[in-house]
Design a protein around this ligand. Structure first.
Ligand code: CP
Length: 316
């Protein structure tokens, strides 16, 4: 069974980017494809872009999207196998996911990491339980380890703004934040950017090394100024410690991207998945100025989701 949960291969990545761009120029191109079909969007965590863009994508394909904010409106779920449910949880994931699998043609799930139980998070335990028991194709709306719809939208955006005739230099830079933030966006951006054949430099303070499973092939440069030299795209993102799991190691404000950081770049375009902490991760001057691609990325979330859902509908 096909799912959309991660980067699979270059051929599929390129196909999805091309399909998304076709949908962007003609959103109702495949309006017949999803008619009579339903997609369930299950949120265990908050969302603005993912929630709305995925619904719009489904509607463009003629599907009926139904949103369940499981964290607020659903029963408290038990995830552990063989649990004796005599405490707070009300419904086992086996039962809940099984039921959802009978209600929908495709199930889409957002399940953030705990940032306290590294092994469970690395193995995408909660997301994996839905996948295991729903029995239908699944789209990741962001799991503990990955955010593939965001990453596909980011690849579409880079394709639209790439320099002609040469490979762009892409830099992923850590940024400060007041809270411990998951690794999914950074992991996924690295996975997709490398998988699509781009050169990627990752820069962060010592101690913020990402899971090497996602960064193999990237250049790691601890000096941010050096990393940013000649950059064409700068992806700004905070993440918490991976080795010192879920911890804030530093909030050094000098890592916040400002206009001054762009001085030695190749007139770089600046990206961020949003939501962004203004003047903590990224300065107002960048976010409100000509270098920013953040609104373009958010718009492309619709067509990324549309391409991914369309790909899953093709298996019917
Ligand atoms: N970028 C992103 O996933 O945004 P939301 O958390 O608002 O869905």
């Amino acid at each position: 069974m096909r799912h959309f949960t991660k980067f699979e291969n270059l051929e599929l990545g390129q196909k999805l980017v091309e399909q998304a761009l076709k949908y962007k120029s003609n959103p109702k191109l495949d309006f017949e494809k999803g008619q009579g079909k339903r997609i369930g969007l299950i949120f265990l965590n908050p969302s603005l872009r993912t929630r709305v863009s995925t619904q719009l994508a489904a509607l463009n394909l003629g599907m009926e999207p139904i949103v369940l904010n499981m964290d607020k409106e659903g029963w408290a779920l038990e995830m552990k196998e063989g649990a004796v449910m005599n405490h707070g949880t009300v419904e086992h994931i086996k039962d809940a996911a099984g039921v959802l699998g009978t209600y929908f043609d495709i199930l889409a799930i957002r399940a953030f990491p705990s940032l306290t139980h590294r092994e469970d998070d690395v193995n995408d335990f909660v997301f994996g339980q839905f996948l295991k028991y729903c029995g239908i194709p699944v789209v990741s709306l962001e799991s503990a380890t990955r955010h593939p719809l965001q990453s596909l939208a980011d690849q579409i955006t880079m394709k639209e703004f790439a320099p002609t005739g040469r490979k762009p230099k892409v830099v992923l830079t850590w940024a400060p934040h007041i809270k411990a933030i998951p690794h999914a966006v950074a992991n996924s951006f690295a996975e997709w950017t490398l998988g699509m054949g781009h050169d990627l430099t990752i820069t962060h303070p010592a101690g913020y090394e990402l899971d090497e499973n996602f960064t193999q092939g990237a250049k790691i440069e601890y000096n941010q100024a050096k990393a940013l030299e000649d950059a064409d795209f700068i992806y700004v993102k905070n993440w918490s410690g991976f080795n010192d799991y879920g911890k804030i190691i530093t909030t050094d404000p000098s890592w916040m991207l400002t206009e001054a950081h762009l001085r030695n770049t190749n007139n770089a375009k600046v990206m961020h998945c949003l939501p962004v902490r203004r003047n903590v991760e990224l300065s107002d001057e960048i976010l409100d100025g000509p270098h920013s691609l953040v609104q373009k990325q958010a718009e492309n979330r619709i067509y990324a989701a549309q391409a991914a859902i369309s790909y899953l509908l093709d298996q019917y």
